[in-house]
Each structure stands twice: as C-alpha cells, then as structure tokens.
Design a protein around this ligand. Structure first.
Ligand code: SF4
Length: 65
C-alpha cells in the first residue's frame, strides 16, 4: 500500500492523526497533514483505510500496488 496526501485540500481537521498517529501527523505551523511514511507497514493498513474514509476533506488517497 502506498498513500498520498493533498495538503492543498487538507483542512487540518486531524482525524487522520487521531486514527493512526504512527502514520499521520500534522504540521506544527499550518496544521495540515504530514505523512510519517508513504508506505505504511501492513499492520497499519486497516487504520489507514479508516483514516482515508474519515477525512472530511478527502485529502488522503490510497495507491494500490
Ligand atoms: S483528516 Fe484530512 S483534513 Fe484532517 S488533517 Fe487529516 S488529511 Fe487533513
């Protein structure tokens, strides 16, 4: 699994960080999403899918390999 985040549409709601802080973080200044990794380990895949669904701005997407 590979993920991408569009910081132009991210509204900094932080749902992704609450869902999986091992993968998602927020920029200290802007509040927009920061990815710890674009290729999360298998153990995080379910949480990443949840975060993609929960993001109110549809800023997150999954790139299936
Ligand atoms: S949930 Fe979506 S809008 Fe909120 S910080 Fe994460 S990527 Fe940005």
């Amino acid at each position: 699994m590979r993920i991408s985040a569009d910081t132009d549409v991210c509204i900094g709601a932080g749902q992704c960080v609450l869902t999986e802080p091992a993968v998602f973080d927020q920029d200290d200044a802007e509040g927009t999403v920061v990815l710890h990794t674009t290729e999360p380990a298998a153990e995080y895949e379910d949480a990443v899918r949840d975060a993609v669904q929960l993001c109110p701005a549809q800023a997150l997407s999954i790139v299936e390999e």
